[in-house]
Design a binder for this molecule. Structure first.
Ligand code: NI
Length: 184
C-alpha cells in the first residue's frame, strides 16, 4: 500500500506504550500490516513495529530470507505478530550488536535473552507460538520493546559499545552484525 515515514528517536510517540489490537481481520488492520511490510522492505529492515510509523497498536513485522545488511545471519521466518507476548526459556543472555530504523546510522551492544518463546496472533486472529534463539530471538525482543516505548539504547549498559556504523566497521569493532535496520 505505502512506504511510510519512520519516526526517529526523540519523537515522543516512540516512548508510548502501544494498545492491544481488539478487532482482527479488518481492512484497517490489513492496511497497517501492508504498510509495515512495505516500509520494512523499502529500508531492508529485519523488522518494524507499528509505533515506528506512528501507530500506537501492538503489531510487529519481522523476518527475512537473506538480508544484505546481515549477510551472516540465518534467515528468520517472515512473520506478522499482533499482541505479542515473550517468555524467556532460560536465564541465559547474549550480547549482540543492534541497529534500529528509528536510530539510523548507529549500532550498539545490547544484552538479550538467548532463548525465548513468543506468542500472539496473526492479522486474522489465528494463534502463533514459536520458540526462538540467537538472532531470531534478538529481533523479536527488539521489535516487541518498541511496543512498550523502549528503544535499544535504553537497554544498553556500556555506552562505549555505541557508535556510528562507519566508525565501528573501520575499527573492526563490529564483528557480528546486528538488528532492526536492521532492525529495525
Ligand atoms: Ni527498532
Amino acid at each position: 500500500m505505502a512506504v511510510r515515514k519512520i519516526l526517529l528517536m526523540g519523537h515522543p510517540r516512540l516512548l508510548e506504550v502501544a494498545r492491544p489490537v481488539d478487532r482482527f481481520d479488518t481492512p484497517e488492520l490489513h492496511a497497517l500490516v501492508q504498510d509495515l511490510l512495505d516500509t520494512m522492505r523499502a529500508e531492508d529492515g529485519a523488522g518494524l513495529a507499528a509505533p515506528q510509523i506512528g501507530v500506537g497498536l501492538r503489531v510487529v513485522v519481522f523476518g527475512f530470507e537473506a538480508n544484505p545488511r546481515y549477510p551472516e545471519e540465518d534467515a528468520v521466518p517472515r512473520t506478522v505478530l499482533v499482541n505479542p507476548v515473550i517468555e524467556a526459556l532460560s536465564d541465559e543472555r547474549e550480547e549482540g550488536w543492534e541497529g534500529c530504523l528509528s536510530v539510523p546510522g548507529l549500532r550498539g551492544v545490547v544484552s538479550r535473552y538467548a532463548h525465548i518463546r513468543y506468542s500472539g496472533v496473526d492479522p486474522q486472529g489465528t494463534a502463533i507460538q514459536r520458540e526462538a534463539h540467537g538472532f531470531h530471538a534478538r529481533v523479536v525482543q527488539h521489535e516487541c520493546d518498541h511496543l512498550d516505548g523502549i528503544l535499544y539504547p535504553q537497554r544498553m549498559t556500556d555506552l562505549r559499545l555505541f557508535g556510528y556504523n562507519e566508525a565501528l566497521e573501520a575499527s573492526g569493532h563490529l564483528t557480528a552484525m546486528p538488528c532492526d535496520t536492521v532492525a529495525e
